[in-house]
Write a protein that binds this ligand. Sequence first.
Ligand code: YXS
Length: 259
Amino acid sequence: MGLVQTEILDKVGIITLDNTKKLNALSEQLVDDIIGALDCFQEQKIPVVILRAPDGVRVWSAGHDVKELPPKMRDPLSYYDSLERLLRAVEQYLGPVIAMVHGSVWGGACDLIMTCDIVIADETAKFAMTPAKMGVPYNLTGILHFMNRLPINIAKEMFFTADPVSAERALQVGIINHLVPEKELLSFTLDLAATINTRSLLSIEVIKEQFRILSKAFPISPADFERVQGLRRKVYDSHDYEEAITAFLEKRPAHFKGE
Ligand code: YXS
């Protein structure tokens, strides 16, 4: 299917991100192909899905396709934008979506990992959360994904430094469920999926939906929401947002002004 490969092994759906020449950057097309594969598995009531990249890649996904980030004055991460649609598709899939990670994971793809139900990685994995490097304000639902999974100080360090977190540290802080040797990654992940497949899908489906509802049960007042939207607009209207994208495309370090 376009930029992904799909297969079903013993009732486990496998989606392989397969646009490696673009480092699996989450372009609109790759996102649509991943969502299409999830929809196809959902119709067949496939109980468990594994989201992976091809063997041997250095980069699992380079995150949001920078070339598709909108020019300034437009929210880059609003409700119907591609990354947000992808994250919701994973959250709403009927059964567990397991991220199987070999290689580095960047930005929006890091949020995708945080949205998957279970994460299994090998020693080549690393995870970097890059809005502060890209002049992007990020958004409330994305930050909540990290807060639900990590101690807030760890989540803040990931956002404030934008530095990659190693596989070993990712295990320590809870980004990943299991760290396994590269040669055992697929068999370990398939074994875990097979165990889940011996349980009641009906029960798991309802438990997953309760986790989803509770993980979003985070009160915020209309006034605070509107204030956040105003603050976010200051960022994506800023010099820093425009400079970050330009610098990336010109392959040079960004020079931020904080305005
Ligand atoms: O020079 P060509 O045309 O071959 O293109 C280069 C890169 O420009 C391109 N590329 C990307 N294109 C679009 N979107 C991307 N995210 C992206 N990343 C890379 O791929 C070609 C090869 O890249 P190159 O030469 O840098 O490869 P490398 O092996 O030296 O380094 C691999 C990476 C992943 C370490 C490096 O490409 C990199 O740091 N990429 C950017 C990762 C990143 O910061 N992603 C965040 C994107 S913004 C996002 O996700 C959210 C909006 S947010 O920031 O808010 O989380």
